[in-house]
Design a protein around this ligand. Structure first.
Ligand code: NAP
Length: 309
C-alpha cells in the first residue's frame, strides 16, 4: 500500500472530479479499493459500465461504512445533507474529505460529523467544463495543485495522509488556511467564471440583434469565454452562493478597474491602456513559466475551426 495507507476509499459523487480520482489511482497497481455512490441510478449504472470503481453501492451509507477515506465529490450545496446522512455510519478513525471549490461553507457543512472521524477539507485546482460520470479521466490532476485546508485542532497525521493520497494521483499538494483559500479562489476562478457568464449573456443579447454573426465569427477570446460559461450550472450556482463575501470583494475591485479602463478608452489615454496590458501580459508569462499552461498557439488546443465550418 502507498504511503497514505488508505485501503478502501468511498467516493460520494461520481462526476468529473470523483471519476477522475478513481481513474488517476487506477494507474498504479498498489492502489486502494474504490467504492462509489451517486444519487441517481443512471449515474450508478454508467459507473458500473465504465468500471472506474471496484464497487458501486446503492446507498451512501453502504458506500462509507467500511471506508477508511471518504471523499465527498458532490456540489457544495449538497455537502451538508450528505454529511448528515453518512455521519452516524462512518468507521471510527476514518478520514472524511471533500473536493468542494469553496472551503468555509464546506467546513460548516461537515461540522456535525462525529468527533471520532478526522475531517480534512481539500480542493483540487483542476477541472474542465464537462460533468457527469463519463467526463472523468486519469490525467486531470497531473502537475495541478490540490489545496488542502486543515481545520483548527485537526489531526496532523490525517492531513499528511490525505496529502500523500493526492500526490499519488499526480497532484502538487499545498496547505492553505481556509479563509485565504476562498479569497484566492474568488480571484483565480470564481470571479472569472462570473465574468465569462456575463460576457456570454451580453453576446446572447447582441446575437438577437445581429442574428448568427456572434457565433459565426467567434474569435479565440470569445470562444474561451464560451468554454468557461458552459460549466455546470448547479456547481457554479453553489460556488457563488457559498463564497459570497470573497466573490463580492473581488467583483467590487473588478468593477473599479473596469471603470478605470472605460475612462482611459473614453479619454483616449493610450499610455494607460498600454501599461496596463503590458503588466497583464507578464502575468500570463508567469503562469507559463510555472508550468500551469502552455505557450502553444491557441493554448495547445486543436486548431481553431474556420468561420465557415
Ligand atoms: P459533476 O460532474 O456534476 O458530479 C457531481 C456528482 O455528485 C454526480 O455524480 C451527482 O450524482 C452527485 N450528486 C449530486 N448531488 C448529490 C447528492 N445529494 N447525493 C449524492 N450524490 C450527489 O460535478 P463535479 O465537476 O465532479 O464537481 C463535484 C465537486 O467538485 C463540486 O463540489 C465542485 O465544486 C468541485 N470541483 C469541481 C471542479 C470542476 O471544474 N468541475 C474543479 C474542482 C472542484 P448524479 O449524477 O446522480 O446527479
Amino acid at each position: 500500500m502507498s504511503d497514505h495507507g488508505f485501503k478502501r476509499v468511498a467516493l460520494i459523487g461520481l462526476g468529473l472530479i470523483g471519476g477522475s480520482i478513481a481513474w488517476a489511482a487506477r494507474r498504479h497497481q498498489d492502489r486502494p479499493e474504490f467504492i462509489g455512490f451517486a444519487r441517481s441510478e443512471a449515474t450508478r449504472e454508467t459507473t458500473r459500465k465504465l468500471g472506474f470503481c471496484d464497487e458501486v453501492a446503492d446507498t451512501a451509507v453502504d458506500a462509507v461504512k467500511d471506508a477508511d477515506l471518504v471523499i465527498l465529490c458532490v456540489p457544495v450545496g449538497a455537502m451538508a445533507a450528505v454529511a448528515a446522512e453518512i455521519g452516524p455510519h462512518l468507521k471510527q478513525g476514518c478520514v472524511v474529505s471533500d473536493v468542494g471549490s469553496v472551503k468555509g461553507a464546506v467546513v460548516e457543512a461537515l461540522s456535525g460529523l462525529p468527533d471520532d472521524v478526522h475531517v480534512v477539507p481539500a480542493h483540487p485546482m483542476a477541472g474542465t467544463e464537462h460533468s457527469g460520470p463519463e467526463s472523468g479521466f486519469a490525467e486531470l490532476y497531473d502537475n495541478r495543485y490540490t489545496l488542502v485546508t486543515p481545520i483548527e485542532g485537526g489531526d496532523p497525521e490525517a492531513v499528511a495522509r490525505l496529502c500523500a493520497f493526492w500526490r499519488s494521483l499526480g497532484a502538487i499538494v499545498e496547505e492553505m488556511e481556509l479563509v485565504r483559500h476562498d479569497l484566492v479562489c474568488a480571484v483565480v476562478s470564481h470571479a472569472p467564471h462570473l465574468i465569462a457568464y456575463t460576457m456570454i449573456g451580453v453576446a446572447d443579447d447582441l446575437s438577437r440583434v445581429t442574428e448568427s454573426e456572434v457565433i459565426k465569427y467567434s474569435a479565440a477570446g470569445f470562444r474561451d469565454f464560451t468554454r468557461i460559461a458552459a460549466s455546470d450550472p448547479t456547481m457554479w450556482r453553489d460556488v457563488f452562493l457559498s463564497n459570497k463575501t470573497a466573490t463580492l470583494e473581488i467583483l467590487g475591485r473588478f468593477t473599479e478597474e473596469l471603470f478605470a479602463l472605460q475612462r482611459a478608452v473614453r479619454t483616449g489615454d493610450g499610455d494607460y491602456l498600454f501599461d496596463y496590458f503590458t503588466r497583464t501580459r507578464a502575468i500570463r508569462q508567469g503562469i507559463i513559466d510555472a508550468g500551469q499552461d502552455t505557450a502553444a498557439p491557441n493554448f495547445g488546443r486543436d486548431p481553431a475551426p474556420k468561420a465557415e465550418d
